[in-house]
Design a binder for this molecule. Structure first.
Ligand code: ZN
Length: 87
């Protein structure tokens, strides 16, 4: 999978953690309970990145993408709730 993809609205989204595009990591609480003694700061960051899902918002339409590249279908898309629906 490329480090970029197109949002359903057409906006290009960069999922590279170091792109400066507000890419976030979603980490299970249990992964913080591990004993990290003996790891360098760099190794710790690498461990956390490996165990995390990548989360990124589309800056244009606010869709939330949760990316898990360990799965066969690695992209889940969430739409923000619209308060004007049903009116
Ligand atoms: Zn979008």
């Amino acid at each position: 999978m490329s480090s970029r993809f197109l949002c359903e609205c057409g906006q290009r989204i960069d999922k590279n953690l170091f792109s400066g595009n507000q890419v976030k990591l979603l980490i299970a609480e249990e992964d913080f309970d591990r004993d990290f003694a003996g790891l360098s700061a760099e190794e710790l960051v690498q461990e956390l990145i490996m165990k995390s899902l990548t989360v990124v918002n589309c800056q244009s339409c606010s869709r939330l993408y949760v990316l898990d590249e360990s799965e066969q279908n690695p992209v889940r898309v969430f739409l923000p709730e619209r308060h004007d629906r049903g009116k």
